[in-house]
Write a protein of this length. Structure first.
Length: 183
């Protein structure tokens, strides 16, 4: 067994300093790792929360725009809502070129014409009520057009007992009208 050799005070002092440096380095490393973990978890939670909100609206039809050439379930839902709105007895303003759309799920020129009629109705109604409508009469379904379709065909249908009311309510549910009113 080796014997403990007497050490000089200078050697002992350097050893203590070195041990303190090592301890400080370990404490700093643990602190940095802990902060990194906390920030990563916070960012992941914030990202997930943002994804949940944008997914709720973004994946829903009401979070997307549609125009001639588009097709799918969202267009089909929009066509059902347009038909209901045009034929539900909204009498404040006439529907110009109002005609029943054949529900195909394909955004055709006829769909664009009927969407434009809804947009014209919305502008006329806003004017009669004394405010300005920001909706453009483009024939393109955007968020403002979805809001009109959802308001008059899903959220507050006038004739819930009408033959096409249940189809409009189902289409509004499908399209995500409830999500639009929450955003």
């Amino acid at each position: 067994m080796p014997q403990d050799l007497p050490q000089s005070p200078q050697y002992t002092s350097h050893k203590r300093i070195r041990i303190i440096q090592i301890v400080i380095a370990i404490v700093c490393t643990v602190a940095i790792v802990t902060v990194s973990i906390v920030l990563t978890r916070h960012n992941q939670a914030a990202s997930q929360q943002t994804k949940t909100h944008s997914t709720t609206l973004g994946n829903a039809c009401v979070g997307r725009a549609f125009t001639v050439g588009d097709s799918g379930q969202c267009v089909r839902d929009a066509q059902l809502l347009v038909n209901y709105m045009e034929h539900s007895g909204l009498t404040e303003c006439p529907f110009h070129n109002g005609a029943t759309l054949v529900i195909t799920g394909a955004y055709s020129q006829k769909t664009a014409t009927q969407v434009r009629a809804v947009q014209q109705w919305s502008s006329c109604y806003a004017k009669q009520e004394g405010f300005t409508s920001a909706i453009k009469q483009s024939g393109r379904i955007d968020k403002l057009t979805w809001r009109e379709l959802c308001t008059y065909s899903y959220t507050d249908p006038l004739h819930r007992g009408a033959a096409n009311a249940s189809a409009a309510i189902a289409a509004g549910r499908n399209a995500g009208c409830a999500n639009l009113s929450a955003s």
